[in-house]
Design a protein around this ligand. Structure first.
Ligand SMILES: [Zn+2]
Length: 208
């Protein structure tokens, strides 16, 4: 097998599994981004049956590989327990660390601690597809890219509502004072809107 073929098949695996949109501004940048994800390709065909452990350290170079990622910075340790069995692979992702995100109450940035354990099962089929927590790959696939799942599980480990409370920190005082003084009474809002001729016109328009 030629080196060229190996390289192109590796690129296909990365593209297929990670939906990576490499920036093509600079050749260097592209190489850097690929390098950040190459470590997540597990050489499954060369592994003996049994349990294998992998340890990854995620930082901003990882998040840069995912276009439109809401997360840009972080420091997350990911341990992957890879149980290779003859007819399936069972993967457990144990993650712990911090990600920089925006507080949903005061809108300031803060370091959110995250941790979680997620399982993924890999089975074989004649076509590649995914179904909840099971992914199907072709039998005889040489390598399995897990970067996409690491990314998904980091996102899943974040609470829906993220505030400074999660980091045992205080919110931005000025914003909290402003929010406390602001009247959110819905009834008042409604009566105000009734007086607004624009709103009335819009309501009539909707009824038509
Ligand atoms: Zn806050």
């Amino acid at each position: 097998m030629s080196v060229y073929y190996l390289e192109t098949s590796l690129m296909t695996i990365i593209k297929k599994n990670v939906s990576l949109q490499p920036l093509r501004r600079k050749g260097e940048k592209l190489l850097f981004e690929m390098d950040a994800l190459v470590q997540f390709n597990i050489p499954v065909s060369g592994l003996k049956d049994g349990l294998h452990t992998y340890d990854f350290q995620i930082d901003s170079s990882f998040f840069e590989c995912f276009e439109a990622s809401p997360l840009k910075e972080g420091n997350v340790n990911v341990k992957v327990y890879f149980d290779k069995r003859p007819d399936l692979y069972v993967l457990t992702f144990d993650l712990k660390g911090i990600v920089k995100t925006t507080c949903d109450r005061c809108l300031d940035e803060f370091n959110l601690p995250i941790k979680g354990t997620h399982d993924l099962m890999v089975k074989f089929d004649e076509t590649e597809h995914e179904d909840a927590d099971i992914i199907y790959i072709l039998r005889g696939e040489k390598s399995l890219s897990i970067a996409k799942y690491v990314y998904e599980f980091i996102n899943l480990s974040m609470p829906i509502m993220k505030t400074h409370d999660d980091a045992d920190e205080d919110c931005n005082e000025d914003i909290v004072k402003y929010l406390n003084n602001y009247n959110f009474d819905e009834k008042e809002e409604e009566s105000e809107s009734k007086e607004n001729p624009m709103w009335e016109a819009l309501k009539k328009f909707k009824k038509k």
